[in-house]
Design a binder for this molecule. Structure first.
Ligand code: DAH
Length: 337
């Protein structure tokens, strides 16, 4: 056997033994056996001088490479053997890994909370389709075909003249066409608008509309119901303001503002320095809406309101970006247990 073959054979054998070594002592023994002064590799190196020059060079390089490989392997094995043994004892006092239990989305939670409050005030719940006709989304709500108020609702149209409802108010018309007063209903659901997505606006969002129709309903009833709702949802001590506004389906119309949660009314960027934040639209149902759906507007009156769900949740939980409701970031969702 040539010296070169000896080196290869020795390297294989040594590496095999090093990997099997079970203690630092046996590892040290192997070092002495192969690399020590009287070790087998050392003996090979000593024999090099008797070889012809060409063979000496090749065998010399191989022997040095072998030395390096063995040293490296011994070092790694040493580190492994000196690492503290893994604790295999079961310690029942250590904290366990908690299982995360999923919860309803914050939008769903908010809708449920709103429904719970209105249900307690005697409202029934009704729903309508996301894809609507012009009749229910606009016409039946007193938006004439070319009325500029349609501009307020950036509509997404789908085929066959249908559209994605821009508010949940169409369910009012659907229910008015089906029922006789007294009617006391809330209509939670999804809405869609062709908005540029930003921290304050999204193409998809939710509303809870509500309305009451009966003999002698007045604006005082509307105010009483909404103040009671705001107190139940946000807590006592909240400042609320009714401000005149316009909607084609209510007359008179109003919007409700609450005191800005960030600056407590002092004025900041969130409330655009006004100290107030708008949370809903409302008013007395326009006689035209009642007549169009077959009700006697001389006899019956009614109030209606429409609340933005994400808007309300943002104010209650101090969420500064509406996109968070749609990003499905578990770190955000997990905060609402
Ligand atoms: N539908 C309106 C909107 O999306 C909000 C609204 C205002 C609903 C007044 C109502 C109401 O029922 O009476 O902007």
């Amino acid at each position: 056997m040539s010296l070169l073959e000896d080196v290869t054979h020795l390297q294989e054998e040594a590496l095999g033994q090093i990997s099997k070594a079970e203690s630092l002592e046996s590892l040290n023994q192997l070092r002495v056996t192969y690399l020590g002064r009287k070790g087998s590799l050392t003996a090979i190196l000593k024999g090099l001088k008797d070889l012809p020059e060409e063979d000496r060079k090749r065998a010399g390089t191989a022997a040095n490479m072998c030395r390096l490989a063995l040293e490296e392997e011994i070092k790694t094995a040493q580190q492994k053997l000196s690492a503290p043994a893994e604790c295999s004892v079961f310690d029942p006092t250590l904290p366990g890994t908690a299982n995360y239990v999923g919860v309803a989305h914050i939008t769903t939670q908010s809708i449920r909370e709103m429904c719970r409050i209105f249900y307690g005030m005697g409202f029934e719940i009704a729903r309508g389709p996301d894809v609507e006709t012009d009749h229910y989304n606009f016409e039946g709500l007193n938006f004439p075909p070319d009325h500029p108020a349609r501009d307020m609702q950036d509509t997404l149209f789908v085929e066959h003249g249908r559209l994605l409802r821009t508010h949940t108010t169409p369910v009012q018309v659907r229910e008015l066409e089906k029922r006789k007063p007294p009617i006391k209903i809330i209509t939670p659901g999804k809405c869609f608008r062709k908005e540029a997505v930003s921290s304050r606006a999204h193409v998809a969002f939710h509303q809870v509309d509500g309305f009451l129709i009966d003999d002698g309903v007045t604006m005082a009833d509307l105010k009483g119901a909404l103040v009671a709702f705001c107190k139940a949802f946000f807590g006592e001590g909240l400042k609320i303001k009714f401000r005149p506004s316009f909607f084609p389906f209510t007359e008179p119309s109003a919007e409700v503002d609450i005191e800005c949660f960030l600056c407590s009314g002092a004025g900041c960027t969130v409330c655009k320095n006004s100290g107030w934040l708008e949370i809903l639209g409302c008013g007395m149902i326009d006689p035209n809406v009642l007549e169009m759906s077959g009700h006697d507007s001389e006899r019956y009156t009614g109030y209606a309101f429409g609340i933005g769900v994400e808007r309300l949740a943002m104010l209650k939980y101090k969420i500064n970006d509406i996109r968070l409701f749609y990003n499905n970031d578990i770190r955000f969702l997990r905060q609402f247990k």
